[in-house]
Design a protein around this ligand. Structure first.
Ligand code: PGA
Length: 267
């Protein structure tokens, strides 16, 4: 795992965008796993800028989003379909045929989840998966207690997650109770995972993910099992990490360890 600690949200977003752009330059037909939420907004803004200013090309990219609320139609202001269109896809040149987001309105949910998994497999597997983290340690909507080998399925959202996300709705009662989400097993099969977090409200979750025991109580701790995990955080989100990780940061900064190639020197 490579922990990279940056000064602030902007720097986190730029570092994450550099990693995505690097992978895209190396493989124009990249299979990119995408996340929603406040955290990746800066990453998307920077990728949109790179597309406009530097011609970063998404035309051959295949994307898979992590999750979607059950019961929200694609045009609902809080659906993740709409989020992705407004914050990313409307501003780049991704081919809509290669864009995948779980459909929260399907009636045959289980069959849809199986289809989603099969599509990931048909694409050759996800090359790079972008992840946020919940204050309760969830990744995608894999809430604490989720099976560590889980696949795409319906999950009941925890009270904590619904309270966190209530800020986007008129009241907590409007926050959906269920979501379709990639499983932890699905996520861990990505070649690279990029976990981003900012702010001190994420510090405990980042500590548990990076240094805590492997436990279903902190689903993000499973990234410790991944061979190519990048954790890009700001100083506030890193504030509870031990000195070793703080030191790892300084080394990463000092030696400008390339985040593009393989990194056999990282644990
Ligand atoms: P946030 O959500 O980026 O809005 O903080 C992250 C998450 O819940 O996974």
């Amino acid at each position: 795992m490579l922990v990279i600690i940056k000064d602030d949200y902007e720097a986190v977003s730029q570092e994450a965008a550099r990693l995505v752009a690097d992978r895209l330059h190396k493989k124009p037909s990249l299979v990119l796993g995408l996340a929603t939420g406040s955290t990746p907004l800066g990453l998307y803004r920077e990728l949109i800028r790179m597309h406009a200013d530097e011609g970063l090309d998404f035309s051959k990219v295949t994307t898979f989003n992590l999750d979607e609320y059950v019961g929200l139609p694609p045009d609902h202001p809080q659906s993740y379909h709409r989020f992705m269109r407004e914050n990313f896809f409307d501003h780049i040149n991704a081919d809509p045929r290669f864009v995948h987001i779980p459909d929260g309105m399907v009636t045959e949910i289980e069959a849809h989840c199986q289809w989603y998994e099969a599509e990931i497999e048909r694409s050759g597997g996800i090359d790079l998966q972008v992840l946020g983290i919940g204050a309760n340690g969830h990744i995608a909507f894999n809430e604490p207690g989720s099976s560590l080998g889980s696949r795409t399925r319906v999950k009941t959202l925890s009270r904590a997650t619904r309270e966190d996300n209530a800020r986007f709705f008129r009241s907590i009662d409007e926050v959906p109770r269920h979501a379709i989400t990639m499983g932890i097993g699905t996520i861990l099969e990505a070649q690279d995972v990029l976990l981003m977090a900012c702010g001190d409200q994420k510090a405990a979750a980042i500590q548990a993910a990076v240094e805590g025991p492997l436990t279903a109580s902190a689903p993000a701790s499973m990234i410790q099992m991944h061979r190519n995990a990048f954790v890009i955080v700001d100083r506030a989100a890193a504030s509870r990490l031990s000195d070793e990780h703080a030191t790892a940061l300084e080394e990463a900064v000092l030696f400008r360890r390339p985040i593009s190639g393989s990194h056999p020197d990282t644990a």
